[in-house]
Design a protein around this ligand. Sequence first.
Ligand code: PHE
Length: 451
Amino acid sequence: MSKKRENHPQWSSWLLFVLAATGSAIGLGNIWKFPYIAGQNGGSAFVLVYLACVLGMGIPMLMAETLIGRRGRLNPIDCMEVVAEEAGANPHWRWLGGMGILLGFLILTYYSVIAGWTIAYIFKTAAGVFLGKGASEVGYLFAQFIASPWQLIFWHSIFMLATMAIVARGVQGGLEKAVELLTPALFILLLILVGYAMSAGDFQRGVRFLFYPDFGRFSGESLLMAMGHAFFSLSIGMGAMMIYGSYLPGNVSIAKTSLIIAVADTSVALLAGVAIFPLVFANHLEPATGPGLIFQTLPLAFAQMPLGSLFGALFFVLLAFAALSSSISLIEPAVAWLMEDFGLTRPLACLVSGFGCWLIGLGTVFSFNRWSHLTLFDKTFFDLLDFLTSNLMLPISGMLLVVFAGWVMQPEVNRAELSTSPCLFRLWWLLSRYVAPATVGLILLNGIGVL
Ligand code: PHE
């Protein structure tokens, strides 16, 4: 292990870690998924529950996962093994690291397909395809686009290639360079868009929809989705934060950095809602449209505004950037594992894992066209994969990780890694040991219909 550890890279500074982790957290989840699932699950009621999940479970879990990573300083599988051994526990905890790697890999298979749509939309909006079109025509163009497997495969391939090109350059040469540019750029554009929504959209109605609770459309499954999405959005429950934590220099406070990351991520999700719903209502669209929401609403809205093609294209550029700074963290755990445990070079590890993702991603591509009629429990391949990974596996794996940090690792180790005030440490400890695992367990049982 010590030889592997010598070759394990480190972030150049704590700020780069924060940018990378924030870049990982902010992604399609915030801008594409959050608005549409909030729309489908009663808007504000969903938002409230989501915020509670972030506070009570997400933040303690984010801290737990990062601290396990930094303690082990290896890829998730070896990391779990050495930290378990240090605590005198069973080394089979390594399987939990394996589950994290698998989850990141599986999520990337469909993440890349949707990210591909955002790249395609950069060109479509820039070329003015939507200018002068009404809501139904823009909806029709989107339907036509996703009905074409070849187009989706093309854009999915481009996105996978871009991801692997960054990851192949390594932590300092690739990941750091990418997040330095991508993460700050995203914030700026989102603020511009919120400004636009305030002036051009039905701002009041959008904000009311997001912030006034209506529990009518909120079900047990909504609860599960809110929790699953909180984990998905914070990039927890899989190897991403563990591997990023493993590159973190030793003297940085994990409590502080985790709070920054969680606040940034949640603000961006809310801001995305504040930017998008006023446009939805101003254009008389339905908030519960589903995955196509932003691909129908935004092009339409931009088509009406001065310099719309430019702003529209810029918005999709930034959406693609957000996706890219997340996708690199979805595959990095698998790449680090292939390098450290199988001796592959970084480029080869990227090739193998990237090709695997691309191939399985074809299943998601076909869910929108050729295989759209093939359903199981009323869900297509994409819906099923999304549901299984983000709503079931992420919470299970996140719960096990927090149990590991709270019950298996020694409190002194946790205290040293988190480096925070005794009072905050106590709060983290209570949340990680009792509140988070119990709540995740109950919501899971409720969501799958056992309770
Ligand atoms: N957090 C990312 C998003 O919101 C997705 C992600 C999940 C990235 C898990 C890494 C790990 O889009």
